[in-house]
Write a new protein. Sequence first.
Length: 117
Amino acid sequence: QVQLVESGGGLVQAGGSLRLSCSASGSIFSISDMGWYRQATVKQRELVADITSGGRTNYADSVKGRFTISRDNAKNTVYLQMNSLKPEDTAIYYCNLKHRNTGLNYWGQGTQVTVSS
């Protein structure tokens, strides 16, 4: 069983920065693809950014140039550096792990990010 624990959310003014972290238990982190998703009130959950086990990254158009996803396999941790934050970035941010061999998905409990104007 894999457990994901997010941290780093909070309240920030527009234009500010936050760094989210997601730590994974177990031994499959290095062979799993990792992603950050977000869900704003009355909206569907959407992909923000993901990174493959090999380090290839992908971003939603709305965050390109502002957010950076990275991973540290030695620490079983994935990060999301968020710069130039906008009020529309306000959402609950969820960490996702997808095991490359089985396709199983695991989710964290979410961390709230609130950007004030």
